[in-house]
Unconditional design. Structure first.
Length: 216
């Protein structure tokens, strides 16, 4: 995939997931970003709430270390799904088009491509979409009775992650992007989910997809 196409796809990923930024407390006792990320990576979980990607948006995430990631997004700006497994991300045509529209590029998706997923390969693991960034710092002013807060701000974005004091599991994320705010709650750790990654005949590269759509 050409470098410019790869960059655009990764920007879309940030939009689709509602992006997060953070880093960690290095204390051996109590929660830390490292411990919280270990829990997220190694254990299945479900998350749901708002998204800053689209106005009035909502999203759900399902993760299983063996099966991969599924994200379902909806909002006034568009709806769609995203999957990730073994470093390959799959964006539904609807979500891909909605993200492009957010950045000022409108496209018309032909009816025969509505069920297609656009693929992007990366040398990063799928946890890039949900792990707490290592740049996070403890935010004691936001600590709760049962949670420790880690926060980060960068440009027009800020995130606060709340980690359970006993289990070191992430329980809530509060995010802000360009004036939009959202709250995501994490639950169902260790439960079984069925995540079906798109098959080869359901996918195409971003270059192939762009060659078959019209836009402005």
């Amino acid at each position: 995939m050409a470098s410019h196409a790869r960059t655009k796809v990764y920007r879309l990923a940030a939009l689709a997931v509602g992006a997060g930024l953070v880093a960690g407390c290095s204390a051996d006792s109590g929660p830390s970003v490292e411990k919280a990320n270990d829990e997220l990576r190694s254990t299945s979980f479900h998350a749901s709430g708002g998204t800053t990607a689209f106005a009035g948006g909502a999203q759900e995430i399902w993760w299983d270390p063996e099966q991969g990631l599924r994200l379902k997004s909806s909002g006034n700006g568009g709806s769609g799904e995203m999957y990730c497994k073994d470093g390959t991300t799959y964006f539904s045509a609807a979500l891909f088009a909605a993200s492009l529209k957010q950045r000022g590029q409108s496209i018309t998706v032909p009816s025969h491509l509505t069920d297609i997923f656009i693929t992007a390969e990366s040398d990063q693991d799928c946890d890039v979409y949900f792990a707490i960034p290592e740049s996070a710092e403890h935010a004691p002013w936001s600590d709760g009775k049962r949670t420790t807060a880690f926060a980060v701000s960068e440009g027009g974005a800020s995130d606060t992650y709340y980690v359970d004091n006993e289990s070191s599991r992430l329980v809530q994320l509060e995010a802000e992007r360009d004036g939009r705010t959202s709250t995501t709650n994490y639950d169902s750790f260790g439960e079984k989910f069925s995540i079906t990654i798109p098959t080869e005949d359901q996918t195409m590269s971003s270059d192939e997809f762009r060659s078959q759509v019209s836009g402005s």
